[in-house]
Design a protein around this ligand. Structure first.
Ligand code: SAM
Length: 272
C-alpha cells in the first residue's frame, strides 16, 4: 500500500469531493438523523506544511480557493470549514472527509470511517477523538460499508479509494450498487480520477450492470483528457442523487474548472 493522501490533501479533486460532500450531508440531515459511512477515510486532518508542500497540489487547490474573492455559496461553505481549522489565519490545516463530516454532526447523527493502513488509522482516531458521534474502524472499507449501510436507513456513503489496486473500480461499483439496491433511500457518492475516458466509461458500465439505478455524474476536467498518465480531472458519481444535486454539482465543478483549470478544461454534469 503506497498511497499517501497527505501528498494530495487540498488539491482540486479534494475541493470537488469535499464541497459536494458537505452539500450531500446537509440534504441527508434534512431527512432526520443521518448515518454517514466513509469507506476509505484517510487521516482526517492534514498539515499542509508537510508532504503537501512538496507536491504543491494544495498550493494549486485550497490555497487558491482561500485567496479567491469570488466564491459561490457551496465553495464558501468549504472555505468556512477550512478557516475554522485555522483560527489564526493562513491555511496550514486542511480537513479530510472524516473531520469535515464529524464537525457537522448533530447529537443524533453518526459517522463511521474505515481505514486499512494502521498508522493512518491511528491519525484518524486522534482526529475524531473529540467527536463522540464519530468512530474510526480498521480493515477493508468496501464490505464493511455494505454491512453497516444495511443497518441504517437512508445512509450517506462516500467511496473514495486510492485506485492503486486493479480491482478498485470494480469493488467501488459493486459496493455502491449493493448499497442502493438494498436501500432505495441511501445515497452513495463515489470519487474517481479522470485520466482517460475508457476507464471511466467501463466503471459506469459496471455500475449499470450491477443495478446501481439512478446515477448522476459530476465531472471537473481541469484540462483535455489527452494524457492518460496524468489526473486531468475528477468525477463524483452519485447514486440515488437527492433533488438539487445537479445544480449543486454544477456550481462546484463549474467554479473549480473556471478558477483552477487550464485551457480546454470543462465541467460536465450528466446522467448516463
Ligand atoms: C483517497 S484516501 C481517502 C481520503 C479521504 N476520503 C478524504 O476525502 O479526506 C484513501 C485512503 O484509503 C485507504 N485505503 C486503501 N484501501 C482501503 C480499503 N480497502 N479499505 C479502507 N481503506 C483503504 C488508504 O490508506 C488511504 O488512506
Amino acid at each position: 500500500m503506497n498511497y499517501r493522501h497527505s501528498f494530495h490533501a487540498g488539491n482540486f479533486a479534494d475541493l470537488v469531493k469535499h464541497a459536494l460532500l458537505l452539500w450531500l450531508l446537509e440534504r441527508t440531515q434534512a431527512n432526520g438523523p443521518a448515518t454517514v459511512i466513509d469507506t476509505h477515510a484517510g487521516a482526517g486532518l492534514y498539515d499542509l506544511t508537510g508532504d503537501a508542500a512538496r507536491s504543491k497540489e494544495a498550493e494549486a487547490g485550497i490555497a487558491r480557493l482561500m485567496a479567491s474573492a469570488d466564491r459561490p455559496p457551496l465553495i464558501e461553505a468549504l472555505a468556512t470549514e477550512v478557516a475554522a481549522l485555522n483560527p489564526d489565519g493562513g491555511g496550514r490545516f486542511y480537513p479530510g472527509s472524516p473531520l469535515l463530516l464529524a464537525r457537522r454532526l448533530r447529537a443524533d447523527d453518526r459517522y463511521i470511517g474505515f481505514e486499512l493502513n494502521p498508522p493512518v488509522l491511528t491519525l484518524l482516531s486522534e482526529a475524531l477523538g473529540s467527536f463522540p458521534e464519530a468512530m474510526a474502524e480498521g480493515g477493508d472499507g468496501y464490505d464493511q460499508a455494505v454491512e453497516w449501510a444495511g443497518r441504517a436507513t437512508g445512509p450517506l456513503v462516500l467511496i473514495d479509494p486510492p485506485f492503486e489496486q486493479p480491482d478498485d473500480y470494480l469493488r467501488a461499483a459493486d459496493a455502491g450498487a449493493a448499497i442502493v439496491r438494498a436501500d432505495a433511500r441511501a445515497t452513495v457518492a463515489i470519487w474517481t480520477p479522470l485520466k482517460d475516458m475508457e476507464t471511466f466509461d467501463g466503471f459506469l458500465r459496471r455500475l449499470a450492470a450491477a443495478g446501481a439505478g439512478r446515477v448522476l455524474v459530476a465531472e471537473a476536467r481541469l484540462r483535455p483528457l489527452n494524457n492518460p498518465m496524468k489526473m486531468n480531472g475528477c468525477a463524483m458519481v452519485v447514486l440515488n442523487p437527492p433533488m438539487g444535486t445537479e445544480d449543486a454539482a454544477r456550481e462546484i465543478c463549474g467554479w473549480v474548472v473556471e478558477a483552477l483549470g487550464e485551457a480546454g478544461g470543462r465541467a460536465e454534469i450528466w446522467a448516463p
